[in-house]
Design a protein around this ligand. Structure first.
Ligand code: M6R
Length: 605
């Protein structure tokens, strides 16, 4: 996490750095800071909290300089305070860092023994101190000697007081992009801050270092030999980062779901046929698979869990949903007969990236479902299925989740087809998805007022449970995560059958239980579980398709959504849960788009 930005050119750096940090704030908002270099002097300003605090502290003043670096922090080592805020400095150097230096304690101990002192509790501060120690007038040489001592991950922006014409940067395991301007250049953790100024970019690879002046970019490989880099054209447009008429990005992004799901599906379908152009696997490869692992973190894992049920039911292949952070350390038996599908909005989640790397090393076929085309995960997998959610700004994912789910459905049908399973309904389902799903999502959006009223009613609950079976269990987990991450209410999703094996002891008078029932066959089972909790005083709110409403007379509150074929139901069922979470957090007056302690992109494990 953390976002870094850097600028060198002819304009005042301060405003450009602040604007860039605002674009990167989704990566962390515990503190912000900038350093600007002018006349061999570093001027640094830092503030605890969101970037607007840093801006307030600057009071509209420029620091006076056209070369600078900036940072927005998600605290890992040390409290979220001003001392721990970046940039961190030594006599000649200022450094901003995204990543984690795993051996910082050893380095700190050995530097302390030589009398070097530290101000902060951060892992980062060892970097400017090491640069200083290794500096003999040659900045690149100091960087080379320093990075060889670092274990862990880093993207670094570096200034040296002796070199007023160069912005240095280097990376390993954390993203860093160079924006190529005219008479000015930029560095940033992602493309968003760059898009204000340029569409040309150079992507640094792990181990590479760059020395950037206003006119030139020189990149060095891991042996510090000069290397040529391709300039790529950025495809995203800037408009997505605008709230429009909405009060929050989250609500705007929920309302974008019909369009982005349609775009995602249309991009891979043609006349009801699924077209994964240039997929590097043959029909024989798919037939030879003996299992599928679907891997992700947070909401991406929930997509995987829902898809797991569908892969087994429709593609008739053993499928397992795995948390990336567990998968990577679980000694799972992986070989070339496995397909590992990695799901990630950002494409930079550290655990998901590590899981992918491991799967590749063990010979698995890998497919990623990612929203950012140039991200590390998209680039590392054998094949990426791009979701077209556009930039998602709110920390709580909504539209990216829906696009991932839609894409996993397509992949499931494609694999079913390749393995000659379920061919008869294939085209019908694919057509249904791209033409009908967005319309059904629109119908749920029209129920926003009903969910707003429900939110007002339940906003003061201190805990709640989401219960479902099969795919409804996956949606339950997502409903619980959505509500807890923005409303700070203690919510847990469970398989409906599991509650009585322990958790039911938590049910007391008026505990809220959300029951998810999308499947007529499983309805009697989940209903009896819900009746068990009502008997213990719980207040039950059921979410079900319109056609099941009459089968649920025992429940006071039933929120309905349009019926659909089972494959698509989770995509529709999740929308009211997203709206409910939004309105509960709204009623509680919480910072919906930037909930406490969180960051959009989790690039540390
Ligand atoms: O970028 P990714 O999809 O890899 O992120 C995975 C999770 O961090 C993410 O889904 C997280 O759980 C969201 N905050 C949930 O809304």
């Amino acid at each position: 996490m953390c976002g870094i930005i850097g600028y060198i050119g002819k304009s005042e750096a301060t405003g450009i750095l602040i604007k860039g940090l605002k674009d990167l704030e989704y990566r962390g908002y515990d503190s912000g800071g900038i350093a600007v270099l002018n006349e061999k002097k570093l001027k640094t300003v830092k503030a605890k909290g969101e970037i607007r605090r840093l801006e307030e502290k600057l009071g509209g003043k420029d620091l006076g300089g056209t070369l600078g670096i900036g940072h927005t922090r998600w605290a890992t080592h040390g409290k979220a305070n001003e001392i721990n805020a970046h940039p961190h400095c030594s006599n000649h150097f200022a450094v901003v860092h995204n990543g984690i230096i795993e051996n910082y304690k050893e380095i700190k101990e050995s530097l302390s023994m030589s009398g070097i002192t530290f101000e902060s509790e951060t892992d980062t501060e060892v970097i400017p101190k090491l640069l200083e120690l290794n500096y003999n007038g040659d900045v690149l040489d100091a960087i080379k000697k320093t990075v060889r001592l670092l274990e862990g991950s880093y993207a670094l922006g570096i200034l040296c007081t002796d070199d007023e014409n160069t912005l240095y940067c280097t990376k390993k395991g954390s993203p860093l992009i160079i924006g190529v301007g005219k008479g000015e250049n930029f560095i940033a953790s992602d493309v968003n801050p760059l898009l204000h100024y340029t569409k040309d970019a150079v992507y640094l690879e792990d181990g590479e270092t760059a020395a950037i002046t206003a006119e030139n970019i020189t990149v060095y490989d891991s042996n510090f030999a000069e290397t040529k880099k391709e300039i790529k054209t950025l495809s995203l447009s800037k408009s997505a980062a605008d709230k429009g008429d909405f009060e929050h990005f989250m609500l705007k992004e929920i309302y974008e779901e019909p369009d982005v799901v349609r775009n995602t599906l249309n991009a891979v379908t043609d006349d009801g046929e699924i077209m994964f152009s240039d997929i590097p696997f043959t029909q024989e490869d798919f037939k030879a698979l003996n299992r599928v692992y679907i891997v992700g973190c947070g909401s991406a894992y929930h997509v995987g869990l829902i898809a797991k049920y569908n892969f087994e039911k429709i593609a008739k292949i053993p499928a397992f949903a795995e948390y990336a952070g567990e998968f990577r350390y679980a000694d799972t038996v992986i070989d070339e007969s496995c397909l590992v599908i990695i799901i990630s909005q950002s494409g930079e989640t550290a655990d998901s990236l590590a899981a992918l790397k491991q799967a590749r090393e063990m010979g698995a076929k890998t497919i990623s479902v990612v929203n950012v085309p140039e991200s590390s995960i998209a680039k590392m997998s054998h094949y990426n299925l791009l979701t077209l959610a556009g930039a998602e700004i709110a920390v709580a994912t909504t539209k990216a989740f829906s696009c991932q789910l839609a894409m996993l459905n397509m992949l499931c049908l494609y694999i079913a087809r390749q393995r000659n399973a379920c061919t008869e309904v294939f085209s019908e389902i694919a057509v249904n998805m791209s033409s009908l799903l967005p319309k059904k999502i629109e119908k749920v959006l029209a129920k926003e007022d009903e969910l707003k009223a429900l939110a007002k009613e339940i906003k003061d609950m201190d805990k709640c449970f989401f219960l479902g079976r099969n795919v409804d269990y996956g949606v339950s987990l997502e409903g619980a995560l959505k509500l807890k991450e923005i409303s700070y209410i203690d919510c847990v999703g469970y398989p409906a059958s599991e509650l009585k094996h322990g958790t039911i002891s938590l049910i007391e008078k008026d505990t809220v239980c959300f029951g998810l029932i999308s499947n007529k066959d499983l309805l009697p089972k989940t209903v009896s579980n819900l009746i068990e909790v009502i008997a213990r005083g719980a207040k039950v709110i059921v979410f079900a398709p319109e056609s099941l409403k009459n089968d649920l007379p025992q429940f006071e509150t039933v929120i309905t959504y349009p019926d659909s074929i089972p494959l698509l139901t989770p995509s529709i069922e999740v929308i009211p849960l997203q709206l409910l979470a939004y309105h509960v957090a709204y009623e509680k007056g919480l910072p919906i788009d930037k909930p406490r302690n969180l960051a959009k992109s989790v690039t540390v494990e």
